[in-house]
Design a binder for this molecule. Structure first.
Ligand code: ADP
Ligand code: MG
Length: 489
């Protein structure tokens, strides 16, 4: 039928525009490495902000005591406490609670948002059980995971550069987010110290490193996407302060804002961006992350409904509503392997009231999901390989020197950080990427496409690169960093 024929044509055009053959991915890899370099050289040198985090040593297992974390950054807000028992005891006990952020707070005022966090935190603290214990003289210290771009001025201070994802709380921009939260906690009559302000990627890196010394990079693929990694301090030319003794610093890339002319941009990306809360910003995130993938699919379906009438003579009203197709539903359709694509039919019916689709039309819908997913996953893979390239761990370095320049040294028995030469070998030759986020965790096809692209790009060297799911690492990682940077030691 001509309907199906026109829809096929739309699909093919879209697939062509989204195509990411390995040659194109290599250009993205190179662009990522180049932009990383530019972002480290000067402030505003790249769309990649490459933010110094003030974290110059990561948890090593010696941390002890009771610590808290709060995690704000996506759809849910979390509070967590953990009792740490040093190298023998490790994580003795942990508890957390999760609440959805009331949507109006995502678009309200700074005071409302931070007071909501403070309220949830203090009510959680009030329910602290007897098996959690502070050391004598220890106060409650918090790691504050805040997953938006912040220009830090210290380990526990920094001003918000801009909102991303679904947040737009205008009066918070430029504010010190630590002071804002600290103030709200104090006004509620509690005394707690925010010891570390950390991005969720940084928390994930810390949480990963706590268990595995080969973790050098952390990536988030959830509502949004971002990455951080361990950089040589002397490569951060824009760093004005004293170089840390460890010779290293974690860099929060804010890779969601990465842009390159090599990215396969389509009409879908243009309209999505134009209608977004933050037009012109976070273009990489809009092609990759969970908040947007479903909406990319929806926009292609709108075109097919309008130009090919695949859902009947009228375009279903709800299909025109932004974000009406969420990524978990896209993923459900994508994983449908029944012969008549029952799940695709179920989602179309439940979400849009669309009935009586033919198997042929369902197949086309599934292909749209596949195309959007594949593009996002392969671009994410190229991003990771770009970081590996920047730190000399993509297998292209002539010798191992480069590769070895980049690990935090273990602290000595006194817990201080020695000035060991930075090219001291780590031994293993492995590089581990700690990964967190609901998109990566739950979307199997996304994971597969990503892994496949990493192998295509790295070849043999991919045998030394491990992407490991570090579930909820960011919460516990923030608590670990609170321990590392606590006032009381
Ligand atoms: P956040 O990024 O908000 O901190 P998560 O890491 O849990 O939280 O990621 C949640 C995101 O993961 C959701 O917004 C959604 O886009 C994506 N996601 C969750 N479940 C699935 C799924 N089954 N398939 C695909 N994506 C999913
Ligand atoms: Mg998260």
């Amino acid at each position: 039928r001509s309907q199906k024929c026109t829809a096929r044509k739309i699909l093919l055009e879209f697939q062509e525009a989204c195509d990411t053959p390995v040659a194109r991915l290599r250009q993205v890899v190179d662009a990522m490495a180049v932009e990383m370099h530019a972002g480290l050289v000067s402030e505003g040198g790249s769309k990649l902000k490459m933010l110094p985090t003030f974290i110059d040593h990561l948890p090593d297992g010696n941390e002890r005591g009771l610590f808290y974390a709060v995690d704000l950054g996506g759809t849910n807000f979390r509070v967590l406490r953990v009792q740490l028992g040093g190298l023998e005891g490790r994580v003795i006990k942990q508890e957390y609670e999760e609440v959805a952020i009331p949507p109006e707070l995502m678009l309200g005022t700074s005071e409302e948002l931070f007071d909501f966090i403070a309220k949830e935190l203090v009510s959680f603290v009030a329910r602290e059980g007897e098996d959690f214990r502070l050391h004598a003289g220890q106060g409650r210290e918090i790691g504050f995971t805040f997953s938006f771009p912040v220009k830090q001025t210290d380990i526990n201070a920094g001003s918000l550069l801009q909102w991303t994802k679904g947040f737009k709380v205008n009066d918070a921009i430029g504010q010190d987010v630590v002071a804002a939260l600290q103030g709200c906690i104090e006004r509620r009559g509690y005394k707690m110290r925010i010891a570390a302000l950390v991005n969720d990627t940084v928390g994930t890196l810390a949480g990963g490193r706590y268990w595995n010394n080969d973790v050098m990079i952390a990536v988030i693929l959830g509502t949004g996407t971002n990455a951080c990694y361990v950089e040589r301090a002397e490569s951060i030319s824009k760093w004005g302060g004293e170089l840390p003794k460890s010779g290293q610093m974690v860099i929060n890339m804010e890779w969601g804002n990465f842009w390159s002319s090599h990215l396969p941009r389509t009409y879908v990306d243009e309209s999505l961006d134009n209608e977004s809360l933050h037009p012109g910003e976070y273009g990489f995130e809009k092609m990759i992350s969970g908040m947007y993938l479903g909406d990319c699919v929806r926009r292609v379906l709108v075109r097919m409904a309008q130009q090919a009438g695949i859902f009947g003579p009228h375009v279903p009203h709800k299909l025109l509503e932004p974000f009406s197709l969420q990524t978990p539903d896209m993923s459900k359709m994508h994983h449908d392997n029944s012969s008549d694509l029952k799940m695709v039919a179920e989602v179309l019916k439940r979400v849009y009231g669309i009935q009586n689709t033919t198997v042929g039309i369902r197949k086309i819908v599934l292909s749209v999901c596949d195309t959007v997913c594949q593009r996002g996953a392969r671009l994410a893979a190229a991003g990771i390989v770009g970081i590996l390239k920047k730190i000399g761990r993509d297998g292209s370095a002539a010798n191992g020197l480069n590769r070895r320049n980049n690990t935090f040294e273990q602290s000595d028995v006194n817990g201080t950080h020695d000035e060991v030469p930075v090219n001291c070998p780590t031994g293993s030759g492995k590089t581990v990427v700690a990964m967190d986020g609901g998109l990566y965790e739950h979307y199997g096809e996304f994971r597969n496409y990503m892994q496949e692209a990493v192998v295509e790009l790295l070849g043999e060297a991919s045998k030394n690169v491990f992407i490991e799911l570090s579930k909820d690492g960011s919460g516990i990682g923030a608590a670990l960093l609170a321990a590392s940077y606590a006032e009381y030691v």
